[in-house]
Structures are given as structure tokens and as C-alpha cells.
Ligand binder design. Structure first.
Ligand SMILES: NC(=O)c1ccc[n+]([C@@H]2O[C@H](COP(=O)([O-])OP(=O)(O)OC[C@H]3O[C@@H](n4cnc5c(N)ncnc54)[C@H](OP(=O)(O)O)[C@@H]3O)[C@@H](O)[C@H]2O)c1
Length: 335
């Protein structure tokens, strides 16, 4: 192979939003797999809020990316060379890898993607690798929604949020989204079947939530933290549940992050607030994938990919997560 390999490396830890010089895109040699390894070509790169967390030297659920190392990401690609019996050229694999055209993997870092009838590879990777299981286990295991209850989800037009609201509907709940534009609010109601949505950037959030949730909130699926969490805390019903999935409102914070102002609601309303990391459910992924694929095949679950083109656009695409520029699952098509 005479081609070069483009590799994104983390050069500086971002302060606030990701800066132009925090990562560099370098031309390098295509690596050769050793015994027990395989080489694959990147087809799709998942762009996730956690990429920004991995760039920070903070206490987190896995080590941050070290300076000058390739940027880490969830990847989907096609095997080019294999020196391990588990994989052969042409196999489609997904797992944890790096932002590079070509990369080395082992059977411990990637797995073969089993084809799901009626679901194209990009959708299968986007929905089943992280997003769908996160929505599924976070809502059903921690949120424990009962038919007739009200489920509110923030970042409702994003990857996880859009799936959470639809699962809430499938489970017989009232689904209310919180999103950052009127277009996103219309999309989740008109196209995805949510019962209502409120625009947190434009509306008085506690008042708008009160109108959208006349019986209060039983489950608040928190994707963002910050002021949206505070507003939801004012409307929680007795024994309500809050799966803490993400805190994107704070990932770019430059000052110390303050806790929720309405913390007393947790005591007065006997709330259960539980954080989770989807890796904790890794051995139960087949259950989630089976349910999600079934709902897709029955036309009960829609999944939208916000696809960007070209490895060179990884950073600019990633930034859209923090400005609300994405709708659905943000992903990069590479080759
Ligand atoms: N616990 C886990 O294992 C796990 C797994 C996957 C994802 N997550 C978390 O889940 C959340 C959603 O992830 P995703 O991949 O589905 O991303 P996403 O929702 O597709 O994209 C992020 C969205 O967050 C919203 N947002 C950005 N800044 C905000 C702010 N300051 N306040 C309120 N909303 C803001 C934006 O939408 P608006 O236009 O509505 O502002 C943006 O579109 C993230 O916090 C992520 O870290 C956790």
C-alpha cells in the first residue's frame, strides 16, 4: 500500500470549546499488523460528547487520551489484513479505535458486526454500538417508566434523546422533549411521535414544562445537567427517577461547575438519581440490540444519522454537538 495514513493526534488539552490547535491531522505510515492483530480501514467514525471528556485531564470512567497520542473514538471499518484467525479481510468490525484512516486492532478491541436484516451498516453502528443501549438501559433499568407516567428527556433531538423519547412512547408513557430550537421541537413531535417538546433556549423552562407535563414529571432522563436539570427538579413527582446519562452543559466548562440549585427536591420528593456508564451493561447488549432492531423492523423506532464527510472534518463536526448543530446521531463517513 503506497497510500499514507491520516491520524488525528491530541496536542493540547482544550480549555473551553475545542480550539484549532488542540488536535493535529498528520500524515503517517500505514501500520503493519503483528501476530494476533489485524489492520482495518475506517469507514465510519462515531462523534460523541464523550470525545470532549476524553480530551480533559479530569477524573473519568477511562483514562483521558494522552497528549500526542491518536484521538480515541468509536469506530466501524473493514478488515484489510489479518494475522489472527478470528478475522479475515473484508470483515466489517466495530469497537474502540482511533481517528485514523488505517489502524491496528485486536480481538479484544473490535468485534465482527453481525448483519441485522433491514438495517444498513451505518445505522447498525450508530444505533447499536452506544446510543441505543444507552437509551434502552438508562430509561428502562434506571428510569423504570410505567405506562401512563410522564418521561422528560433533554437533548431530545440528539442521538440518545431521540431514542429515549420513542422508547418511552413504546412503553405507554407521555414523552416530552427538551431541545434547543423550534425545528428540533417540531421534529421530535411530528416525526418521532413525542407528545410535546419545549425549547429551552427560548421559553421560560419551568413554566413551559408545567404546561407540557400537567401531571408532573415521573422520569427525567438527564443528558445535559445544568439549568435544564434544575428546571426539571422543580416539577418532579413523588418517588421520581432521574437517570443521569450525561452532563454536556458542563463538558466545556472553564470554571468550577456548581451543583443543582434545586437539590432539596431530591429529598422532599424522595427522588432516585442514578448515574450510569453504558459499558457497565456490556454483557447485556444483545438484549438491547434485539429489542431495538425489533422496534425498527416494526416501524416503531426511527433513527436519524447526521452524517458528515471526510476524516479532515472530524473536529469541526464534533464541535456541532456543543452548539446544538446536530440533529440525530452525529457521524463521520470516512471511506
Ligand atoms: N452514560 C453513558 O454511558 C453515555 C453514553 C452515550 C452518551 N452519553 C451522554 O448523553 C448525552 C447525549 O449524547 P448524544 O451522543 O446523544 O449527543 P447528542 O444529544 O446527539 O448531541 C448533544 C446535544 O446536546 C445539546 N446541548 C449541547 N450543549 C447543551 C447545553 N449547554 N445545554 C443543554 N443542551 C445542550 C445539543 O442539543 P440542543 O440543540 O437541544 O441544545 C446537542 O445537539 C451526552 O451528555 C453524552 O455525554 C452518556
Amino acid at each position: 500500500m503506497s497510500e499514507k495514513n491520516r491520524v488525528w493526534r491530541l496536542r493540547k488539552r482544550p480549555v473551553g470549546a475545542i480550539g484549532d490547535k488542540d488536535l493535529s491531522l498528520d500524515q503517517e505510515k500505514i501500520p503493519e499488523p503483528g501476530d494476533g492483530q489485524l489492520l482495518f480501514r475506517l469507514n465510519y467514525l462515531s462523534l460523541d460528547p464523550t470525545n470532549r471528556v476524553w480530551m480533559s485531564d479530569m477524573k473519568q470512567y477511562m483514562p483521558p487520551v494522552a497528549l500526542d497520542e491518536p484521538m480515541r473514538g468509536a469506530v466501524c471499518g473493514t478488515v484489510v489484513k489479518s494475522k489472527t484467525p478470528e478475522f479475515a479481510p473484508g470483515d466489517v468490525v466495530s469497537g474502540l479505535g482511533v481517528w485514523a484512516d488505517y489502524q491496528i486492532a485486536t480481538p479484544a478491541t473490535v468485534r465482527k458486526m453481525a448483519p441485522v436484516p433491514g438495517v444498513p451498516v451505518a445505522e447498525a453502528f450508530g444505533l447499536f454500538a452506544i446510543v441505543g443501549p444507552t437509551a434502552y438501559f438508562g430509561l428502562l433499568e434506571i428510569g423504570k417508566p410505567k405506562p401512563g407516567e410522564t418521561v422528560v428527556v433533554s437533548a431530545a433531538a440528539g442521538a440518545v434523546g431521540s431514542v429515549v423519547g420513542q422508547i418511552a412512547k413504546i412503553k405507554g408513557c407521555r414523552a416530552v422533549g427538551v431541545a434547543g430550537s423550534d425545528a428540533k421541537c417540531r421534529w421530535v413531535v411530528q416525526d418521532l411521535g413525542f407528545d410535546a417538546a419545549v425549547n429551552y433556549k427560548k421559553q421560560d423552562l419551568p413554566a413551559a414544562l408545567k404546561r407540557a407535563c400537567p401531571k408532573g414529571i415521573d422520569v427525567y432522563f438527564d443528558n445535559v445537567g445544568g439549568p435544564v436539570l434544575d428546571a426539571c427538579l422543580t416539577q418532579m413527582n413523588l418517588n421520581g427517577r432521574i437517570p443521569t446519562c450525561g452532563l454536556i452543559a458542563d463538558y466545556n466548562a472553564t470554571a468550577e461547575v456548581s451543583g443543582p440549585k434545586n437539590y432539596p427536591s431530591i429529598l422532599m420528593q424522595r427522588l432516585t438519581v442514578q448515574g450510569f456508564i453504558i459499558l457497565d451493561y456490556a454483557n447485556r447488549f444483545p438484549e438491547a440490540i434485539g429489542a431495538l432492531a425489533g422496534w425498527m423492523q416494526q416501524g416503531k423506532l426511527k433513527f436519524h444519522i447526521d452524517m458528515h464527510e471526510g476524516l479532515e472534518n472530524a473536529v469541526s463536526a464534533l464541535r456541532t454537538l456543543f452548539t446544538g448543530g446536530n440533529q440525530g446521531k452525529l457521524m463521520l463517513h470516512v471511506a
